[in-house]
Design a protein around this ligand. Structure first.
Ligand SMILES: C[S@@+](CC[C@H](N)C(=O)[O-])C[C@H]1O[C@@H](n2cnc3c(N)ncnc32)[C@H](O)[C@@H]1O
Length: 292
């Protein structure tokens, strides 16, 4: 059925783009159609990514006020919308800044490599590896300044955090995806917890198990980052009408490791019957070097 709705003109689309933004890139990413138009889905995606780029721009400005070299690693890069748009808007003309995209799907990595070559984005590199293996991959530098993860599936966000800690990242910008690992632990211990505490009502119904699992995961991630010397802010990425997975966690390295955060993290794990995660997900919070 054909729609009678008027299509936005090319000029209208231009007004939605940032000055100097590459039309060729947006077409190659299928954000713009071949005719240079935006459909509803791609407009939503563009808005989301550009919003995140604005947050990252602020972080880069703080880290490198004089335009020094910076390295960024994007975990669960997918088609690398974030990496490409960030490079196009912030790094391409600045002549500095290297982006590493980390992605498990080989075909997406190949596609991104080909696109970067075609556009001459020489300081973009793509690695076909899992986030959990990235910290030990010889193709990555010893230190990475900024770690990003936009909707990296399930525990890939935790792996990105572990990577950031191993690489002594100055900042981490994370928009978590759906979360299954912690919800599975809550589910497993449900009967026991219901007999022990009325708090278990918070996750008795399966939908609540999933929702609380996501919320608790992000709370624990924040505490973990604070325990490892980061200040953390949590905010919305864009309005809820644009995405349900909308929580933005920005962690900036201060070097002040908060013992109280590590203690609270462990108290929460105990309260919710999740102690099994302490050694796997939050291993560094066990370290005696956590002070103050
Ligand atoms: C929901 S997509 C998001 C892609 C992209 N960041 C975006 O927002 O458009 C998640 C991507 O993470 C990748 N992925 C999932 N687990 C991963 C892991 N452990 N390490 C690296 N990539 C992973 C998937 O293959 C997928 O491309």
């Amino acid at each position: 059925m054909s729609s009678n709705k008027p299509q936005p003109s090319h000029q209208t689309v231009q007004a939605e783009l940032r000055p100097g933004q590459s039309i060729e890139l947006l077409k190659a990413l299928h954000i713009l159609t071949r005719e240079g138009r935006l459909n509803q889905d791609s407009r939503r995606k563009l808005k989301q990514v550009e919003h995140l780029v604005q947050f990252i721009e602020k972080v880069l400005g703080e880290l490198s006020p004089h335009g020094d070299e910076l390295t960024l690693a994007d975990h669960g890069a997918g088609k690398s919308y974030l990496g490409f748009i960030l490079y196009d808007l912030l790094l391409k003309d600045a002549g500095r800044g290297t982006v590493y995209g980390i992605e498990t799907r080989a075909e997406l990595v190949e596609r991104s490599r080909a696109l970067a070559t075609r556009l001459g984005f020489a300081r973009m590199h793509f690695l076909n590896i899992a986030a959990a293996d990235a910290a030990h991959d010889a193709a990555l530098p010893e230190r990475i300044d900024v770690v990003t993860a936009l909707h990296a599936c399930d525990t890939a966000t935790d792996d990105a955090i572990a990577f950031g800690l191993a690489k002594q990242a100055q900042a981490m910008v994370l928009v978590p995806c759906c979360q299954a690992e912690l919800a599975a632990c809550l589910r497993q211990n449900k009967a026991l917890q219901l007999s022990r505490t009325p708090l278990a009502e918070l996750w008795r119904h399966p939908l609540h198990t999933r929702e609380l699992g996501s919320q608790l995961t992000n709370v624990l991630r924040c505490l973990y980052l604070e325990s490892q010397g980061y200040s953390v802010t949590v905010t919305e990425l864009v309005g809820w009408e644009h995405s349900l997975k909308n929580e933005l966690i920005i962690a900036r390295h201060t070097g002040h490791k908060k013992r109280s955060a590590a203690e609270r993290l462990h108290a929460l794990l105990a309260q919710f019957g999740l102690q099994s995660l302490a050694a796997t997900r939050y291993a560094r919070a066990l370290s005696p070097s956590v002070v103050s």
